[in-house]
Ligand binder design. Structure first.
Ligand SMILES: C[S@@+](CC[C@H](N)C(=O)[O-])C[C@H]1O[C@@H](n2cnc3c(N)ncnc32)[C@H](O)[C@@H]1O
Length: 241
């Protein structure tokens, strides 16, 4: 009997997926700000992000220590720089060295590390803000998701905030799995949550935003057409004795 090949781990699948995605998207402007739909999606996400940061007292950003888990090529941290975050205080971690090479170019003054989010080589209770943008939906393995979430909570300062931006549904990409609030609650036990639906579903935004920005704004108000959640996650205050 021939030996069965070892099943690839979820991290191996993810590495292979990102290697092929890089080739597939090399000549595409899917994530470019010159792509009107992408510009619409980013600006709407940024408006809500700024509102939530201000409402939760995370303003101004320059004295705050910020960590993005799964920072990829650094696009989100660059957004936070444009919001006023100090480059030296904005930290990024990603699993994939090829993506981090681009991140180092985009964010020359920021500490960026190659590490698995399950084992962050970072101090406990240090960061005011911990970000995760579209990382968890690319992971299938529940244990990996739980470990990354618990590391995010470990490095968060008391009184700090996790900002979660990820989709709940994406039927077209088989390499991802949408995550709904019930699962987010399980990943961060004992926390308080404030969920906001956002992002006009990209297939709709791609058709509509180049034709009518105003119509895209109106349709984004229909909750069912929002593909993502922007969630504020705060650890519970320790009760007074
Ligand atoms: C869809 S990309 C998002 C990148 C960035 N957050 C953004 O929104 O532009 C997901 C990123 O998560 C990273 N990632 C996935 N699993 C990870 C893990 N276990 N530890 C660290 N990074 C991980 C991937 O390498 C990839 O760069």
């Amino acid at each position: 009997m021939s030996a069965q090949p070892e099943p690839a781990s979820d991290l191996d699948r993810l590495r292979a997926e990102y290697a092929s995605r890089k080739d597939r998207l090399a000549a595409s402007d899917l994530y470019s700000p010159f792509n009107t739909a992408n510009l619409f999606i980013s600006q709407q996400r940024q408006r809500l992000t700024l509102k939530l940061l201000r409402e939760n007292g995370f303003y101004p950003l320059d004295p705050l220590d910020i960590l993005e888990v799964g920072c990829g090529t650094g696009g989100i941290l660059l957004e936070y720089h444009s919001f006023g975050a100090h480059p030296e205080n904005t930290h990024g971690v990603d699993l994939l060295p090829a993506r981090l090479r681009d991140a180092h170019q985009h964010l020359p003054g920021s500490p960026i590390l190659c590490a698995d989010g399950q084992f962050l080589p970072l101090p406990s209770h240090f960061y005011d803000l911990v970000l995760q943008y579209t990382v968890f939906t690319s992971i299938f393995d529940d244990t990996i998701k739980m470990k990354i979430a618990s590391e995010m909570l470990r490095v968060l300062k008391p009184g700090g905030m996790i900002l979660w931006y990820d989709f709940w549904l994406n039927p077209t990409n088989k390499q991802t799995r949408g995550i709904r609030p019930a699962e987010i609650r399980r990943l961060f036990p004992g926390c308080r949550f404030d969920f906001h639906k956002v992002t006009l579903a990209p297939p709709v935004a791609r058709r509509l935003a180049p034709v009518s920005w105003i119509l895209a704004l109106l349709l984004e108000k229909i909750s069912l057409l929002n593909s993502h959640y922007l969630a504020v996650i705060r650890s519970q205050p320790v009760p007074d004795r």
